[in-house]
Design a protein around this ligand. Structure first.
Ligand code: BT5
Length: 265
């Protein structure tokens, strides 16, 4: 018997991985919204929401993330950080970036770069966006939702005029069709591999090795203005280090900032 239903194919592909539970949606607003609700309702560590299409996918700062049906990966993984992991909450978003880059290498032999803080690039263009959101109960963390969107087929890429940064899909750089669920399984396996190494020397080294624009002139856009300089690397908290033209080392924290090569406005 051959299985053709996407949900059955997905479940078969993920059966060897340690998920508490997987929820599949043909269409949803946002898998992060679904996961945040599920988290509040008591979802266990390692619960996963996957959707074929999102109608209200979210980026940072309420920006939109487009997920066309049949063309992309859109999923949210619920994690309940241990006390030790809680010391490294800001590193979960880079963890996802590393996992996507590894997944693209395993699945398709591709060499992806991580654009600080939360994008994965292929050929210098955005193939994946990551949105990590935490829920607190008082001063105790209830959980974290790691939302990941990957453009797999060319039809996943929104029109250029609507984008803040050039975008691309995996199939535009990989010759041959990509099985979405194979890529998803490779990414998730990598999340579970990196998680115990969160904040370790190996973690930072791998992140820096894949850092886009390292050593190159870049521009940081923040609400209070622009900053230009050479991208030096990452500090042990995950902040970006930038050496300005005046020779000053600036420490940039992720938040309401975006990074692009210098010369692009
Ligand atoms: C992100 O935000 O890149 C985070 C995107 C996270 C999406 C995942 S999908 C599963 C989960 N459920 C959700 O609702 N969200 C997560 P940011 O850095 O703010 O970038 C947003 C910007 O990316 C938009 O303003 C557009 O310019 C651009 N964009 C939108 N859709 C895109 C796409 N499919 N490919 C490339 N760029 C896109």
């Amino acid at each position: 018997m051959t299985i053709s239903d996407p949900e059955q194919l997905l479940r078969a592909r993920l059966s060897a991985l340690p998920f508490a539970e997987v929820r599949y949606r043909v269409v949803t607003g946002s898998t992060n919204d679904d996961a945040l609700q599920w988290l509040e309702a008591g979802a266990a560590d390692g619960s996963l929401v996957v959707a074929d299409q999102q109608t209200a996918g979210r980026g940072r700062l309420q920006r939109r993330w487009i997920t066309e049906p049949g063309a992309a990966l859109a999923f949210s993984l619920i994690l309940r950080p241990t006390p030790a992991e809680t010391a490294h909450l800001a590193l979960f978003s880079p963890l996802a970036g590393l996992a996507v880059a590894d997944g693209l290498a395993t699945c398709c032999g591709l060499s992806a770069a991580i654009k600080w803080p939360n994008d994965v690039l292929l050929n210098g263009k955005k193939a994946c966006g990551i949105l990590a959101e935490t829920t607190w109960h008082g001063d105790r963390i209830a959980g974290i939702v790691l939302g990941i969107g990957v453009n797999v087929a060319p039809s996943a890429v929104p029109p250029a005029a609507t984008l803040m940064f050039p975008a691309i899909s995996v199939e535009e750089v990989f010759p041959g069709p990509v099985n979405r669920w194979d890529l998803l399984a490779d990414i998730l396996r990598s999340v579970f591999t990196w998680r115990p190494k969160l904040g370790s020397r190996e973690f930072f080294q791998s992140w820096e090795d894949r850092l886009a624009f390292k050593g190159e002139p870049v521009q940081i856009q923040a609400p209070d203005g622009k900053l230009e300089g050479q991208l030096v690397g990452i500090d042990p908290h995950g902040n970006l280090l930038l050496r300005t033209d005046a020779g000053k080392m600036e420490v940039i924290t992720a938040g309401d900032v975006s990074l692009r090569p210098a010369g692009n406005s």
